[in-house]
Ligand binder design. Structure first.
Ligand code: NAP
Length: 429
């Protein structure tokens, strides 16, 4: 084993960074044996230097992250600051000064992954980011390496623990959205400002990263259709139950049936209780991958938290350190397929639509005609009448989102349709 240590600069020492530092210290001997050389924490960049950080030598702490990554003797920079800047500049500078980079930064990778990969490649260095998607769950490496000989057709996942916790609460207790969110906040599963989670931004960033890797195609954050889950109601859960389904916020990356394009989207959807993703409870994450040769694979585990996320970071650190020792680099960006990324209109799925309608003869026939005129075939219809008003629940066969959109627009124009109470996609069948 080499005795000269590999030097690691840690950028950020918060929830994830502090666990990375702890595991580097407590598992130092095992890490050295697995890598073939000891790893040494050479510096820790933070914002507030006076904060007490257990287990960290204060002499290593600095607020000058730029100087740390420019030192020239750093082998690996671990970026766990988060956000776009200064993380992006620091990673770029790290590559230019000879370091490889491990990052957990989904927002940055989803936005600027291609550019960062390019700088890594120019400098013959590694960029690894297993922790950026679904915390501890090995997903990036299985897609990038284990499935490199297969053809992935679909990635369907619960990639945000906060929203899964909220939806699971609504499902199991009958609570409304706000009540479930309040509980998630009280228990520390939701941040004071939950927008990034509940509006689907966090999941959309992960969908962009997963789609890019799965389909060997650059998928930008803007390419991902996004709908949050704040409008999901207890009534939606009751409807889902009647269909033998539950509701999950899903990230769905799909190759079109003709193989010529891909789509990526995040939205709440009904999913059959028999689907493995339906049984993912609490703040857990799970990702279902379908490919030509392997068939169906499921990856499950904690999608966040200091130690679980640090586990993924450490796995990358070991891989990158091994590459440094052998003078090699691991797989970089693979975007050779360059498939067009289609918008939401091209997505084909089933729909569950609840309509408030007048309770009088002929309404059902009128509604059915609108569906037929737009080429959307109805699977089942259920009608419930009360005091001259009725609700009509329509479940369709597979149709394009564009066709469904046209149908709903036309339905809204009917005098007998008082309102469209909810539209939910049905996935995983
Ligand atoms: N937390 C999770 O469960 C989780 C899961 C998966 C991925 N991630 C990703 O991991 C990354 C880190 O998340 P986190 O939860 O650990 O965040 P965090 O607890 O807020 O920690 C951020 C750290 O970065 C430091 N920092 C902030 N701005 C800085 C600057 N300009 N220069 C130097 N240091 C700076 C902070 O310093 P101070 O300590 O002085 O404030 C803090 O130590 C993010 O990209 C996040 O998306 C997190």
């Amino acid at each position: 084993m080499r005795t000269r240590p590999l030097k690691v600069a840690l950028l950020g020492c918060g929830v994830v960074g502090s666990e990375v530092a702890r595991i580097m210290t407590t598992h130092a001997d095992d890490l050295a044996a697995r890598i073939g050389a000891p790893v040494e924490l050479a510096g820790v960049a933070v914002r507030r230097p006076s904060r007490v950080r257990e287990g960290i030598d204060p002499a290593l702490v600095t607020t000058d992250a730029t100087a740390l990554v420019k030192r020239g003797d750093i082998d690996v920079v671990v970026e766990v600051i988060g956000g776009i800047e200064p993380a992006r500049s620091l990673i770029t500078t790290a590559f230019e000064h000879g370091a490889s980079v491990v990052s957990a930064n989904k927002a940055l990778l989803a936005q600027d992954g291609a550019a960062l990969h390019a700088v890594a490649e120019e400098n013959n260095r590694d960029l690894y980011y297993e922790a950026a998607v679904a915390g501890a769950i090995p997903l990036i490496r299985p897609l990038r390496e284990s499935l490199a000989g297969d053809k992935v057709n679909r990635v369907l996942g619960i990639v945000n623990g906060t929203t899964n916790f909220i939806l699971d609460k609504m499902d199991s207790t009958g609570a409304g959205y706000q009540e479930a969110l309040d509980e998630a906040t009280a228990l520390g599963y939701a941040e004071a400002d939950p927008t990034a989670d509940v509006e689907g931004f966090d999941a959309a960033a992960k969908a962009a990263i997963l789609a890019g890797i799965a389909f060997h195609t650059r998928v930008r954050l803007d390419d991902v259709y996004r709908e949050g889950m704040t409008e999901v109601t207890a009534a939606d859960f009751a409807s889902a139950r009647e269909m033998g389904c539950t509701i999950k916020l899903l990230a769905i990356c799909e190759r079109a049936e003709d193989g010529g394009s891909v789509t990526a989207r995040v939205h709440p959807a009904m999913i059959p209780l028999t689907h493995p993703l339906a049984s993912v409870r609490g703040a857990y994450n799970a990702v279902f991958v379908e490919s030509d040769a392997s068939g169906q694979l499921m990856f499950y585990g904690p999608g966040a938290g200091g130690a679980p996320t640090a586990s993924a970071v450490l796995g990358d650190l070991v891989a990158v350190c091994r590459n440094r020792l052998s003078g090699a680099t691991g797989p970089g960006e693979s975007s050779y397929a360059a498939l067009p990324v289609s918008g939401m209109g091209a997505v084909v799925t089933r729909y569950h639509i609840s309509l408030d309608v007048a309770d009088k003869p002929g309404v059902l026939a009128q509604v059915a005609t609108v569906f037929a005129e737009h080429g959307v075939s109805i699977d089942t219809v259920r009608q419930q009448g009360k005091d001259g008003e009725a609700s009509l629940v329509v479940v369709t066969h597979r149709a394009s989102d564009a066709a469904l959109g046209g149908t709903v627009e036309a339905l809204r124009k009917l005098d007998t349709v008082r309102g469209v109470a909810s539209i939910m996609r049905v996935e995983g069948e």
